[in-house]
Design a protein around this ligand. Structure first.
Ligand code: ME8
Length: 498
């Protein structure tokens, strides 16, 4: 791979960021860091941003008594700040209210208006839409999806709409999309999600309305040939992945498209795997290479919600643990893809176990022994063992971390078993002791053990770089110094758990 382009969804600005948004963004950050170490800084592009148009945002602004633009400016800034605090390394932050984005979306719409489907039909056509619309989802929903007449995700009765809209002839693109998914040209991971999408295609997916009447949505991009209509937010939002690269002529577009990985939660799978590829095909643009879909997590068994008061603010975690530890704690909780539960009271326990007793303790013990017994000087052939690389390439974050932590555990028990401090002893009770450092065989054994431990630490630090770039550098600086010294402060101070 000579370039790597990774994206997160662009997040709605109806509310401030929470730990769910942080999860996807942290995954993207780790992968971007990883590929930077493999193919160079300049060859990686990591995009995130905010999705700022549509009825949902306009409603939220109205509730707060400010203009939609002011409102989105405020919340978008909160996202930027949260990512800054978490030390997220995105190369660009796209906003759908950016002039540049809006201009390119208009061009995209104009191209779609002229385009034909593989069957030779117009991609866009005018039609009458009658149906139920859930503003929370920003989508039309069918009666069969309702529970007690309400949208189950938003617990609200959807609006009844009947209006003239522009439609996208999605049905004509489904056979090609199916073929690309089946052939692996478009990878959908995990396998279960791929089956889900193929199942949807088999059932048949209706054409999708890509505009909304000004009467129902006033906050959005005008349909360039029909001023009575605004662009459907999903068409506006999905386009971000190419507008941010300055499609069609921008240098970044030429260099980085197609996306290597679109990351997202499972609830927006359909838009990404059906509408987005169809839009790209209609534009004559190559499809992204892969989409990685993760599950939603709950907090203490419950869906995150304001009313329940269980929404975790990533900034609070950063205040408590710092950016790198917060990212570690979030990522190490569960396997990618799974739907899982976060128990916030497990965080300090995991911190003490993995970082204080595991990694921090190992760094302390090894550097202390090299300093004490070898005068800080040890001859190590620093070979790169690529710990956890294969796992990371497959987006198996937790497994990559487990691989690293297995080495940490192995080394801590090696020290317990071999007791280098015994090998290093010259005298016991004032008596010269066979087996002390003076004894050549033991000296050799001690050196070997400390060399192995130092080399392992080097590799542990290298593999931690995508996860904790600063801590990784700190450890590497200690290990590769001419004279190794035990750090004066513990790398991870112990937390008192009540
Ligand atoms: O859907 N667990 O934005 P959004 C895990 N604007 N991940 C979660 C989560 C949870 N509980 N809650 C949110 C939108 N996420 C659209 C996207 S893209 C062209 C437009 C993450 O603010 C997850 O990645 O609702 C999910 O897909 C995304 O936030 C949805 O963010």
């Amino acid at each position: 791979m000579e370039k790597f382009y990774i994206t997160t969804p662009i997040y709605y600005v109806n509310d401030k960021p929470h730990i769910g948004h942080a999860y996807t963004t942290i995954i993207a950050d780790v992968l971007a860091h990883f590929w930077r170490t493999q193919i160079g800084e300049d060859n990686v592009f990591f995009l995130t941003g905010t999705d700022e148009h549509g009825a949902k945002i306009a409603e939220a602004a109205e509730k707060n008594n400010i203009s939609p633009q002011k409102f989105t400016d405020n919340i978008s800034t909160l996202f930027k700040e949260a990512w800054h605090n978490l030390e997220i390394s995105n190369d660009y932050f796209v906003r759908t209210t950016d002039e540049n984005h809006k201009k390119i979306v208009v061009d995209i719409l104009k191209t779609l208006k002229q385009a034909k489907t593989p069957q030779g039909n117009d991609v866009l056509y005018e039609g009458e839409y009658e149906g139920l619309y859930c503003i929370g989802c920003e989508k039309f929903i069918t009666a069969s999806e309702l529970v007690d007449d309400k949208c189950p995700d938003h617990n609200k009765v959807p609006e009844k709409l009947s209006e003239k809209n522009w439609f996208f002839k999605l049905s004509d693109f489904l056979p090609s999309i199916k073929e690309k998914i089946e052939s692996g040209e478009l990878i959908i991971y995990p396998e279960g999600r791929k089956k889900e999408v193929l199942g949807l295609i088999k059932q048949g997916v209706p054409d999708i309305s890509i505009s909304r009447s000004n009467k129902s949505v006033s906050w959005g991009i005008d349909i360039p040939w029909d001023k009575d209509q605004k662009t459907y937010v999903w068409v506006d939002a999905l386009s971000n992945y190419i507008t941010a690269l300055e499609y069609p002529a921008g240098e970044n577009f030429k260099k980085f498209w197609p996306a290597d990985v679109h990351l997202m939660g499972l609830e927006i799978l359909k838009f990404h795997t059906l509408l987005w590829p169809a839009m790209l095909m209609a534009l004559g643009v190559e499809l992204p290479k892969s989409m990685y879909i993760h599950g939603f997590f709950t907090i203490d068994g419950k869906k995150m919600s304001k009313t329940l008061g269980n929404v975790i603010d990533p900034n609070e975690l950063v205040n408590q643990y710092g950016a790198e530890v917060s990212k570690y704690l979030i990522l190490s909780q569960f396997a990618f893809g799974a739907e899982s539960d976060i128990k916030i009271e497990d965080f300090p326990i995991k911190y003490n176990a993995d970082l204080v007793n595991g990694l921090g303790n190992l760094v302390n013990r090894v550097t202390n022994m090299v300093e004490q017994y070898m005068d800080g000087k040890i001859d190590v052939d620093f070979k790169d063992m690529n710990l956890g690389h294969e796992e990371l390439k497959q987006l198996h974050f937790r497994e990559a971390l487990l691989t690293i932590w297995q080495v940490i555990a192995k080394d801590n028990s090696l020290i317990d078993q071999e007791k280098p401090w015994v090998l290093a002893k010259d005298k016991v009770n004032g008596e010269a002791r066979e087996g002390g450092l003076g004894h050549e065989a033991n000296k050799e054994k001690l050196t070997k053990i400390l060399q192995e431990l130092t080399l392992d630490l080097y590799n542990i630090a290298l593999s931690l770089k995508p996860f904790m770039p600063k801590k990784s550098k700190e450890i590497l600086d200690i290990i590769t110094a001419k004279q190794i010294k035990k750090p004066s402060e513990p790398l991870f101070p112990r937390l008192q758990i009540k």
